[in-house]
Ligand binder design. Structure first.
Ligand code: ADP
Length: 397
């Protein structure tokens, strides 16, 4: 079975054609500058081949058409006809309270995704455009929506209610939703497989640490708390996002500098986090380099980040009444042995003991805790595309 996985952004579109059973990726790539001019990068892993094309893409429909043309091309294609694509799985950022799992797309589902636009004004419209473009270019092919928020819909109300006047929840749907759900779900399932135990009996803390970061408490396979909130601005500090802060700071800075809310949010979303504190970069590799050369603010930015991850590990162990495994994933989680050591240091009291040698590994599944560590610490590369493809296959079968 071949599933085409689509992740549509406002001016870009990532795709992967894969067999969810064998996990073989036939082709993958990226359309960029949609609505501007249009560029397609197309890769075929089996041939180690990479192609780049300039193709006009006034809308997402031309982008999807370009993807299909590339997949079907006699020179750089991997399939002979559209009929070889059994279904399309779409990543959708926000499913609100309407979707607690992936769904087959029909008119009612499209209407519900549209109703979630106010909750994700930047992301959902792009996802919808991607779906409509696919429906136009590939009529009759079944499509599935996989939501970033769905995995977290199992959180109990005590974890998702903000202590604001209750009408803002009832009327305006203001609550914690959480994001990166596909990744947290995938790595928690892999963790159970690696430990050879049923997920139903495990308490797992999954740390998705990349450019955007979140930590989730997964109890018995269900998300019971997560650090992102109503928006992906919440929780940990990130590449350019502040993460949690005292809302009183907004009043203070907005009054003092006469900012309107858009200017303030631009600062919180684009100029804060690692970039804001270091003044150097939003990229953890750059910060590591700068810190090694003595840049104290770069070191401080990373220190704050590591400390906040550690506090979440402690908090979620408390929330679940214990923890069997801690998982690190995404750019930083998969690639920074030094930060993993730092984030788990001092947690021996709760049964976490790292193995510095085993931890000296990047980008592949590994147990990185000591053999006598009561809590297992795991490195698991995330694979959101595979999770989307597997959910899609399950729903169309
Ligand atoms: P996104 O959230 O955009 O998907 P990723 O999960 O790819 O981001 O993570 C990107 C982050 O991972 C960047 O800050 C990058 O510096 C960091 N990263 C990648 N490799 C390393 C490394 N070897 N050491 C430290 N950080 C790394």
């Amino acid at each position: 079975m071949n599933i085409l996985v689509i992740n549509a952004g406002s001016s870009s579109l990532k795709y992967q054609l894969m067999d969810p059973d064998t996990q073989n990726v036939l082709a993958k790539g990226l359309c960029e500058r949609i609505g501007i001019d249009g560029r397609l990068t197309h890769k075929i892993p089996a041939r180690d081949a990479k192609y780049e094309f300039e193709i006009p893409m006034p809308t997402h429909a031309e982008a999807i058409q370009a993807v299909l043309d590339a997949l079907l091309s006699p020179e750089h294609g991997v399939i002979q006809s559209v009929a070889e694509i059994d279904a399309v799985g779409h990543r959708v950022v926000h499913g609100g309270e309407a979707f607690a799992s992936s769904v087959k797309i029909d008119d009612a589902v499209m209407a519900s995704i549209e109703e979630c636009i106010p909750l994700a004004p930047l992301h959902n419209p792009a996802n919808i455009t991607g779906i409509t473009a696919c429906q136009k270019v590939m009529p009759g092919v079944p499509m599935v929506a996989v939501f970033d928020t769905a995995f977290h819909q199992t959180m109990p109300s005590k974890a998702y209610i903000y202590e604001l006047p209750y009408e803002y929840y009832e009327k305006d749907k203001v609550r914690r939703y959480g994001f990166h759900g596909t990744s947290h779900k995938y790595v928690s399932q892999r963790a159970a497989a690696m430990l050879g135990r049923p997920i139903e009996e495990l308490k797992i803390i999954t740390c998705h640490l990349g450019n955007g970061s979140s930590v989730t408490a997964v109890d018995g396979g269900r998300s019971v708390d997560t650090s992102m909130g109503f928006t992906p601005l919440a929780g940990l500090p990130m590449g350019t996002r502040s993460g949690d802060l005292d809302a009183g700071i907004l009043e203070y800075l907005m009054n003092k500098y006469n900012y309107d809310i858009d200017q303030m949010l631009e600062i919180l979303n684009k100029k804060s986090g690692m970039l804001g504190v270091s003044g150097v970069s939003s990229d953890f590799r750059d910060l590591g380099d700068a810190a090694a050369q003595g840049n104290k603010r770069a070191a401080l930015a990373v220190d704050v980040f590591n400390y906040d991850v550690k506090k979440l590990i402690g908090a979620y162990a408390a929330a679940m009444g214990g923890v069997d495994a801690v998982v690190f994933t995404a750019g930083v989680g998969e690639n920074s042995p030094a930060q993993r050591l730092e984030m788990t240091s001092g947690l021996e009291f709760m049964g976490i003991k790292m193995d510095p040698e085993a931890n000296n590994v990047r980008g592949k599944e590994a147990v990185i805790s000591a053999p006598d560590s009561r809590v297992k610490v795991l490195l698991i590369p995330t694979d959101e595309e595979l999770m989307i493809a597997q959910d899609t296959a399950r729903l169309v079968r």
